[in-house]
Write a protein that binds this ligand. Structure first.
Ligand code: ATP
Ligand code: MG
Ligand code: MG
Ligand code: MG
Length: 436
């Protein structure tokens, strides 16, 4: 994308309405704009980040055999009356009436709908297990929308639902999903610690929240440092092997980790002092096992191995895709702006032309840009070098390729790594090889 022609409205000043750094930077870097309280429009760079996050989430769901669907945002109130949640959900639910006075709602989550869809299609235990997911907008009429997209009213969530014949198989599904989450967050370039969670209004028996550590997080967190040091992408867990998943699960859930809601001071005392980590965190994911709560409520049964009917056991698994854009910035920034992890950055690199109109500089920049116009943001504005450097730092591209008249003569550019500030002079080809 050429910056001179792009819709990337950056702001020099900090917007007064933004209280936390990610909100300030998302507005300043031109990623989003608020259109109504807690409701945001995603501008081109913000949308690229949202899609990059969604794509990693999708790949890790697909990897464990979950299948993508797309359920609508609007749901019928009748479905929620059948589960008993229409009245129980309270004022966070946005209720809508159509012209025929039929009651609808903008979905805050999809347990009822997926259970109903599942029930229409699946009749026998032989068809299980199943896991389905979608990445869709949700609406929750939060009392206090704040912190930008971190607590919006309309927000993008990945929600998955598993269906199993019995408890043992459902727990295996839960553990498999936990592994997928650890891999997902690692690929997103952040550490999200799984913590034992309260089962809350969805109800159930087994639940973990995933928290990214950030001083502005809404939850207090306490965890054993032993949890922070593992590479899940290299983890040789066979996701089709229940014993391997159990061993993995025990290993991950044995070290102490809890949010303030679930904190157990006695157990905390048993963690060696030098390994105790205390701070604040942002909830970016949440997984639940809740048995046959919804299949029973909606009377969705299948034929079991013994010929009798059984209510499948379910779990539900959420990831806050839009919240993650803010949470990643909370974890990855400095005083100059965002530092995008490579995997989610809207552009791999900015090309900074320090002398627009200089034939050599222009030629070198065009040559680099032509190699991957989707991955580069070419700063071709007639601006001073200082402005270009500041905007590139603010927008947080992992690399900056700086093209000035002196180097251009020899085909040399300066390559800056945003995360470390490290600069080096390299040939155009080497720059392309490193960045792409
Ligand atoms: P919170 O405690 O922050 O209100 P929640 O526990 O109500 O979140 P869940 O029902 O567990 O949320 O939904 C799954 C995920 O959706 C959360 O882990 C979070 O990442 C995301 N999410 C929930 N509410 C919002 C919101 N208002 N804005 C953005 N993302 C949200
Ligand atoms: Mg909530
Ligand atoms: Mg919560
Ligand atoms: Mg939650």
């Amino acid at each position: 994308m050429r910056l001179s022609r792009s819709f990337l409205p950056t702001l020099k000043e900090n917007p007064a309405e933004a209280q936390i750094v990610s909100h300030r930077l998302m507005l300043r870097a031109g990623l989003v704009r608020q259109t109504a309280s807690g409701i945001y429009a995603w501008l081109p760079a913000g949308l690229k980040v949202l899609r990059n996050i969604g794509q990693i989430v999708r790949e890790e769901q697909d990897r464990i055999g979950a299948q993508e669907v797309l359920m609508p945002t609007l749901q019928s109130a009748d479905l929620w009356r059948r589960s008993g949640r229409y009245d129980a959900y309270g004022p966070e639910m946005l209720r809508i009436q159509d012209r025929h006075k039929r009651e609808l709602l903008y979905g805050p989550t999809n347990e009822e709908m997926i259970t109903d869809l599942f029930g229409q299609a699946v009749k026998s235990y032989k068809e299980l297990p199943q896991a389905l997911y979608h990445i869709q907008w949700k609406f929750r009429d939060e009392v206090r929308p704040r912190f930008g997209v971190m607590r919006g009213r309309e927000f993008l969530m990945k929600d998955a639902y598993s269906f199993d014949v019995d408890y043992a198989s459902a727990v295996t599904s839960y553990r498999r999903m936990l592994l997928a989450y650890l891999r997902t967050f690692q690929r997103l370039g952040v550490q999200a610690v799984p913590m034992r969670a309260d089962t809350g209004p969805i109800g159930g028996e087994l639940s973990h929240e995933f928290l990214i550590l950030a001083p502005t997080g809404e939850s207090g967190v306490y965890y054993d440092a032993a949890l922070g040091e593992q590479d899940w992408l290299d983890e040789p867990v066979d996701t089709n092997n229940p014993e391997a998943l159990e061993a993995f699960f025990n290993r991950v859930t044995t070290p102490y980790a809890a949010t303030d809601e679930m904190h157990d001071t006695a157990a905390w005392e048993n963690v060696p002092a030098e390994r105790r980590r205390e701070g604040r965190g942002v909830e970016v994911g949440h997984i639940f096992y809740f048995g046959n709560k919804y299949t029973k409520a909606l009377d969705v049964s299948i034929t079991g191995p013994d010929g009798n009917k059984l209510y499948p056991e379910m779990g539900s698994y959420g990831i806050g895709v839009s919240r993650l854009t803010g949470a990643i910035i909370e974890a990855c920034h400095d005083e100059n702006g965002i530092i995008w992890p490579d995997s989610v950055a809207p552009f791999k690199a900015a090309i900074l032309n320090l002398k627009m109109g200089d034939t050599l500089c222009d030629d070198v920049c065009e040559r680099i840009y032509a190699a991957a116009p989707e991955d580069f943001l070419y700063d071709d504005r007639a601006e001073r070098a200082g402005v270009k450097f500041a905007d590139a730092d603010l927008m947080g591209h992992p690399w900056q390729i700086v093209v000035g008249p002196r180097g251009a003569k020899e085909g040399i550019v300066e390559l800056k790594r945003r995360a470390t500030g490290e600069r080096r002079e390299v040939s155009v080809d080497d720059a392309l090889a490193l960045v792409l």
